[in-house]
Design a protein around this ligand. Structure first.
Ligand code: 3PG
Ligand code: CO
Length: 555
């Protein structure tokens, strides 16, 4: 029968302290001036790359290698950390929603039938990120859902949009709103009362994560549910264009607005008897709104009015909390993660990051599960992130603090695995500020040094990798790799992640001298890391895990 006991590795010992460092948004790309990692002083990561060739390599971090629909999909932290921690490739939210829409199964499920009850008398509200980024949501899925719901009886539909500019180019929001408006006008021709009702930029409205700043969610609640916002417009295209021009904010940070009718009344507050669907498939930035929509007891902000609604998520965002309780598509069932195996085999684990990435090295790493497997053997430390700023203002973020916590955990002798996420390359990369991203990369590199020095002191082992690319390429390029220029000859800044591979570097005095990367694995990806880390703890990975990256030669 099934057993949690891992087989001993035939050659590698137990009891070594293993540091697992995830550099968020740190890919490998050609060296040019838009590669902030190349431009920055990063002596530690450079020395790993230029060290023993059998201990540094690249792995895939995007597309099908991490369970995304196609190899045109850039990597992201959710799927990246899922793969790193689970050691297997799961079809992820984006793909599962595609399949459910294509087969029509989405409309047979419990979740859809639950919200459908409101179609006769109530309004169907769709709330989510409007872009084709494919990280949190996808516009084409929203289009299909609009079509499917209207064909199945939805007569009044309101869409509450969050503009992107983070997983896609800044300024692209206008085009996405135009596309949606066009679809909605076609529905109106068919006699369906369909409109955009509110909006705002994703980083300022609704899509906070890990409870960094509830004000963000409140701003969204006010606009979406109460129908109140500082800006009022007759239509959403005008709203986005005007706010971009007049408030000088980018898509990510647009202030909240509502669409009003001739008499100045909001066209789409959420009221008793309505149905709400949050159409993001990714959890981290929707779970806070899900709580506000679903919980009877809620004290994070004053909701003012709590309508009696039927609410479903595109996916269930937290399996542990069963939140939301209704959802249109079942999330990937990620089980038997490396974290759970190792803890059950006695590996004492410390995990740390700052707020904005804390859930990445815990929740995502552990297969979208919050909390400890065994609190006697685990400690998870969250360092509060700066809130209310964009991280180009403080590009060092909490890298030093994270590294010091990791160092202390390594030196304490209380842990076998010390795992961190260093957010700088990603969080600052997303701002599109190239100079600040260079500073960010340097800060991350300095943090790696502190951790590797501690590993040196205790005779341990390190594995340094990344979850996906970001800081290594800050410009949109054409097919042949040349920077794309806009009408005015300016480059188009790439705020998003990339399709680039990421490094895996291994070493440390505790690593058996015969360990080297295998050369016989076809196109390995992030999912191959879990088995590798299990080996470093002296275990073989379960048979169904993606194979280890290493072999041990006798010398
Ligand atoms: C975000 O949520 O900030 C971006 O859409 C994706 O970034 P992450 O995958 O690195 O968290
Ligand atoms: Co990112």
């Amino acid at each position: 029968g099934f057993s949690w006991t891992l087989p001993d590795h035939p050659k590698l010992p137990k009891g070594k302290t293993v540091a697992v460092v995830v550099l968020d948004g740190w890919g490998e790309a050609n060296a040019d001036k838009y590669n902030c990692i190349h431009v920055a002083q990063t002596p530690v990561m450079d020395s790993l790359k230029n060290g023993a060739p059998e201990r540094w390599r690249l792995v895939k971090a995007h597309g099908t290698a991490v369970g995304l629909p196609s190899d045109d999909d850039m990597g992201n932290s959710e799927v990246g950390h899922n793969a790193l921690g689970a050691g297997r490739i799961y079809a992820q939210g984006a793909k599962l929603v595609d399949l459910a829409l294509a087969s029509g199964k989405i409309y047979d499920g419990e979740g859809f039938n639950y919200i459908k009850e409101c179609f006769d008398k109530g309004t169907l509200h769709l709330i989510g990120l409007l872009s084709d980024g494919g990280v949190h949501s996808r516009l084409d899925q929203v289009q299909l859902l609009l079509k499917g719901a209207s064909e199945r009886g939805a007569k009044r539909i309101r869409v509450h949009i969050l503009t992107d500019g983070r997983d896609v180019l800044d300024g692209s929001s206008v085009g996405f709103v135009e596309t949606l408006e066009n679809d909605l006008s076609q529905l109106r021709e068919k006699g369906i009362d369909a409109q955009i009702a509110s909006g705002g930029g994703r980083m300022y409205v609704t899509m906070d994560r890990y409870e960094n700043d509830w004000d963000v969610v409140k701003r969204g609640w006010d606009a979406q549910v109460l129908g109140e916002a500082p800006y009022k417009f007759k239509n959403a295209i005008e709203a986005v264009k005007t706010l971009r021009a007049e408030t000088k904010t980018n898509d990510q940070y647009l202030p909240p607005f509502v669409i009003v009718d001739e008499s100045g009344k909001s066209v789409g507050p959420v009221v008793d008897g309505d149905a709400v669907v949050t159409f993001n498939f990714r959890a981290d930035r929707m779970v806070m709104l899900a709580k506000a929509l679903e919980y009877a007891d809620f004290d994070k902000f004053d909701r003012v009015r709590v309508p009696k609604i039927r609410y479903a998520g595109m996916l269930q965002y937290d399996g542990e909390l069963k939140l939301p309780s209704r959802y249109l598509v079942s999330p990937p069932e990620i089980e038997r993660t490396s974290g759970e195996y190792l803890v059950k085999n006695g590996v004492r684990t410390f995990a740390c990051s700052e707020t904005v990435k804390f859930g990445h090295v815990t929740f995502f790493w552990n297969g979208n599960r919050s909390g400890y497997f065994d609190e006697t053997k685990e400690e998870y430390v969250e360092i509060p992130s700066d809130s209310g700023i964009t991280f180009n203002v403080k590009p060092n973020m909490k890298a030093l603090e994270i590294a010091e916590k990791a160092r202390d955990a390594i030196l304490s002798g209380k842990f076998d695995q010390v795992r961190v996420n260093l957010p700088n390359g990603d969080m600052v990369g997303h701002t599109g500020d190239i100079e600040a991203t260079v500073v960010a990369c340097k800060a991350a590199d300095e943090a790696v040094k502190i951790i590797l020095d501690a590993i040196e002191q205790v005779g341990g082992i390190y594995l340094v990798t990344a979850d996906h690319g970001n800081a290594e390429d800050m410009v949109k390029r054409n097919k042949s790799g040349q920077p794309l220029l806009d009408k005015n000859g300016a480059i188009q800044i790439l705020t998003s992640h990339t399709l680039q591979p990421v490094p895996v570097a291994i070493g440390g005095p505790g690593l058996h001298p015969g360990v080297r990367f295998r050369s016989d694995i076809q196109a390995p990806g992030l999912a191959n890391v879990a088995a590798t880390v299990m080996n470093f703890h002296g275990y073989e990975a379960p048979a169904d895990y993606e194979t280890t990256l290493i072999e041990v030669v006798d010398n």
